[in-house]
Design a protein around this ligand. Structure first.
Ligand SMILES: [Zn+2]
Length: 129
């Protein structure tokens, strides 16, 4: 049921964004990052998003899913790493004493907008204020 929760988050973010940007802006796409620990595949997320966005103003918004990295820190060499998959061996010193310091299942990276095409408004007079 995680995919449902993530899609709700996406739709909430899109709603927020369109409120802020006003009507002259059309949301084109949204980029999200999905961690392998979330147990949701990008395909499932996309399908759920399509279903949930169907009857909203965001039905045409494209969803791009990329892997979300995990932050790990090695207790032996004190180095920090960002990895795409959970690992138990330090890439630097091969010690098994790793701590996951940053683990998020899902994040919204960015929302891309497009200006709606508007007829250029011709003003008759250019008044200075
Ligand atoms: Zn290490």
């Amino acid at each position: 049921m995680h995919d449902f929760k993530f899609c709700q988050e996406i739709l909430a973010a899109l709603t927020e964004k369109s409120k802020k940007s006003g009507k002259a802006i059309k949301i084109k796409s949204v980029r999200v990052a999905l961690s392998p620990v979330s147990h949701v595949t990008p395909k499932t997320l996309e399908e759920t998003f399509r279903t949930m966005a169907k009857n909203t103003p965001f039905s045409t918004v494209k969803l791009y899913v990329s892997p979300l990295k995990l932050g790990i820190k090695c207790e032996a060499c004190k180095k920090g790493f960002m990895v795409e998959r959970p690992t138990f061996i330090c890439p630097e010193c091969h010690s098994p004493s790793l701590n996951i310091i940053y683990q998020k299942e899902f994040a919204i990276d960015s929302i891309e907008c497009q200006k709606k095409l508007k007829k250029p408004a011709k003003t008759k007079s250019k008044k200075r204020r």
